[in-house]
Design a protein around this ligand. Structure first.
Ligand code: NAI
Length: 340
């Protein structure tokens, strides 16, 4: 099988190449999948894509024209693929879990960096400035953290927070653990820190907006390692400027697609909201790297190859996305291919 990889970076190539065998041919393209680049897929049997590749109806039609039969996502989230449109045209598989530890540990790393001003201290000491002025943080112990989404990553994050002696409240429309579940409103009102671990859907788009920020405690810290569009970035910026939001720790940004994963250091950043956020002393941004550990990359490559082989051998795959059910867990529970 010939597989065209889009948006592939050196670390993707080295993690996948070790699983290549005589049945598989890989073509790695650095460019992202979009209507201008989709022609690169011609001649392949499958494409392998990542979070910022575009896979809408127009692109799916072109893929079908080129004879592509399979889309393998080397990530968990699939909000960038028009799954319903793929039905009976092209099969889609993803990697449901590769390391919830990687993402949840990164969320805590961002939080600790922010709360203990490590980003400031690191730069100061490199300049032989050993002053402690303005570096005062606060204890996480006994603080209330509101976790939105208690799936694989949310659960791991809760375990980490428990280790810090934090008081945990949670919101999830599909409660799935022994947690102190509260309403979203209650969570907004009572959390010192809020961490987002839910998928991006029509329901969660701009979950953090002017209205929800109004309900939050003054000085609240917001962590987002899920998807950028869960937060209305301009509302976040306003909340920071008005001192309502104490700090933001972001691994994702709603307009990240054309910016993240690229070295833009020699370019003028056209996104004024992002530039302003980056300029804030209490905003820490990483470039969608929460998943980036050796273990996660290896799991992603292994599962993706397994998915490709399941397709090649005509076997049923647990990792095939449902083209109808809105929540994958429901479908998996009763999965007998009726949905397909
Ligand atoms: P999961 O599917 O195991 O858990 C998601 C949870 O969110 C489920 O419990 C679900 O019931 C809940 N949920 C659904 N709708 C909700 C709503 N309206 N409000 C609150 N909760 C809701 O997914 P997992 O593996 O925990 O991943 C969570 C998110 O993390 C993914 O959707 C993805 O966007 C993001 N992610 C980010 C990565 C990064 O590198 N920054 C890497 C991997 C995932």
């Amino acid at each position: 099988m010939k597989i065209a990889f889009f948006d592939s970076k050196p670390y993707d190539i080295s993690s996948f190449i070790q699983y290549k065998d005589e049945n598989l041919e890989f073509k790695f393209y650095e460019t992202r999948l979009n209507i201008d680049t989709v022609a690169l897929a011609a001649g392949s049997d499958a494409i392998c894509i990542f979070v910022n590749d575009t896979c809408n109806a127009e692109i799916i039609d072109r893929l079908v024209q080129y004879g592509i039969k399979l889309i393998v996502l080397r990530c968990a989230g699939y909000n960038n693929v028009d799954i319903n449109y793929c039905y009976k045209k092209i099969r889609v598989m993803h990697v449901p879990a590769y390391s919830p530890y990687a993402v949840s540990e990164h969320a805590m790393a961002l939080l600790l960096t922010s709360v203990r001003r490590i980003h400031k201290a690191y730069n100061r000491v490199r300049d032989f400035n050993f002053s402690l002025n303005d570096l005062t943080g606060f204890d996480l112990h006994n603080k209330t953290i509101g976790v939105i989404g208690t799936g694989k990553i949310g659960k791991c994050f809760i375990e980490i927070c428990r280790g810090f002696g934090m008081n945990i409240i949670a919101y999830d429309p599909f409660p799935n653990g022994e947690y102190n579940y509260v309403s979203l409103e209650n969570l907004f009102e009572n959390s010192d820190i809020i961490s987002l671990h839910c998928p991006l859907t029509d329901d969660t788009f701009h979950l953090i907006n002017t209205h929800s920020i109004d309900k939050m405690k003054k000085g609240v810290i917001i962590i987002n390692t899920s998807r950028g569009a869960l937060i209305d970035s301009n509302a976040l910026l306003d909340g920071i400027k008005s001192r309502k939001i104490g700090a933001a720790c972001l691994d994702v940004y709603e307009e990240e697609a054309d910016i993240f994963y690229h070295d833009n250091s020699n370019h003028i950043l056209n996104d004024d909201t992002l530039a302003r956020l980056i300029s804030m002393p209490n905003v820490i941004i990483t470039s969608h790297q929460a998943y980036l550990t050796r273990e996660a990359l290896d799991n992603i490559a292994q599962t993706t190859i397994k998915n490709i082989y399941a397709f090649k051998n005509g076997e049923f795959s647990e990792n095939e996305l449902c083209y109808h059910c809105p929540k994958i867990e429901y479908c998996k529970g009763k999965r007998d291919k009726k949905c397909f």
